[in-house]
Design a protein around this ligand. Structure first.
Ligand code: ATP
Length: 323
């Protein structure tokens, strides 16, 4: 391995820059050339590739977003697109690739390395924390902390007016942001895609709290819950509990931005370092993850979106602590 290319692909997540920096600096430390690819697989196909040095990645560890930009590429789904991408790597002598992204990006990488002699390493970069083979993904901790900070602020105004707030956080397929931020902010109820919600129980619970004049009522909903997000839940609650002053707040994209937390910078740095180590030791076509605080390697085709079973304990905690 002499020349590594690095790219970010799919949805962005805070901490991607820290991972790019780690890959670049570790590669350069070992005497390799490191090349940056702009806009994910699109830049590989359009030949938007540049040589990085240590300075290229200076002063980015604390920045959200990704200096390499990210994109989704239709062309990369096609063999023709991947062939073009390969030719652009080959003409520079690039012999390996590090992909920071989600499971879709890993599928693309797996295909690419099956077709051409380019070993690939994946790093899980997604705020949703729903990839098999890692306890953490780059960006989750920052996103969940942003959600907590925002919900704390909502709680202040909810308290001042005795309002019931339905707060929607990100998570189309996974409820981790909702579950973690909901427990951390003392939500009454948390609605996530992994579990069915008993709407009657939810209404009864809120009615009972209304009766007791429990002051702050917060319900945290993942965008991909079975009802389709906060607006729909609010509609049902308003119908069933018209006396409550119910409001909706959708946190949206603020959860993707901002300076990465210490934890995200740390895992991004460790993963980026180990991505290069993997390439050097021939452990290729794997995703680098962290399991029980140890590095863990999952074949790229097994690093898929994982809908994990959420333990009943979590909901018991929500129920008891919000009573
Ligand atoms: P996120 O979880 O944030 O959505 P992701 O990596 O899963 O991130 P996708 O949009 O699924 O995001 O994939 C990113 C890109 O990877 C796609 O635009 C495409 O270029 C490539 N890709 C995804 N799946 C495949 C596939 N089956 N074959 C070839 N390329 C793929």
């Amino acid at each position: 391995i002499k020349k590594i290319a690095v790219l970010t692909s799919g949805g962005d997540s805070p901490g991607m820059n820290a991972a790019i920096r780690a890959v670049a600096r570790t590669g350069i430390y070992h005497g390799m050339e490191v090349w940056g690819v702009m806009r994910g697989y699109s830049g590989m196909i359009d030949d938007d590739i540049f040589k990085m040095d240590s300075r290229t990645v200076a002063n980015i560890i604390q920045r959200g977003g990704t200096i390499l930009k990210t994109a989704r590429s239709k062309e990369f789904f096609e063999p023709e697109g991947r062939k073009k991408a390969y030719a652009n790597l080959k003409k520079r002598g690039i012999d390996s690739l590090v992909i920071i992204g989600g499971d879709g990006s890993f599928k693309g990488a797996q295909k690419f390395s099956n077709e051409f002699d380019i070993p690939c390493i994946g790093l899980p970069g997604t705020i949703d924390k729903d990839i098999a083979g890692s306890d953490f993904t780059i960006g989750f901790d920052t996103a969940v902390n942003t959600a907590v900070e925002a919900i704390d602020k909502i709680r202040d105004t909810a308290d001042a007016h005795d309002r019931l707030f339905i707060v929607e956080v990100m998570g189309r397929d996974a409820g981790y942001i909702a579950l973690h931020s909901g427990i951390a902010t003392g939500a009454e109820n948390i609605l996530i895609p992994e579990t069915k919600t008993d709407i009657e129980e939810l209404v009864a619970n809120l009615t009972e709290k209304e009766r007791r004049k429990k002051l702050v009522n917060l319900v945290v909903v993942a965008e991909g819950d079975e009802f389709g997000g906060a607006n729909e839940i609010a509609r049902i609650i308003k119908e069933r509990l018209p006396q409550a002053d119910t409001r909706v707040c959708i946190l949206g994209h603020i959860q993707r931005g901002g300076s990465p937390t210490c934890l995200d910078r740390l895992i991004a740095s460790r993963m980026g370092y180990h991505a290069v180590e993997c390439l050097m030791t021939g452990k290729t076509n794997v995703m680098v993850g962290v399991v029980n605080n140890k590095m863990h390697y999952t074949p790229l085709d097994k690093a898929v979106k994982a809908k994990q079973k959420i333990s009943e304990d979590w909901f018991k905690i929500v129920k008891i602590l919000a009573s």
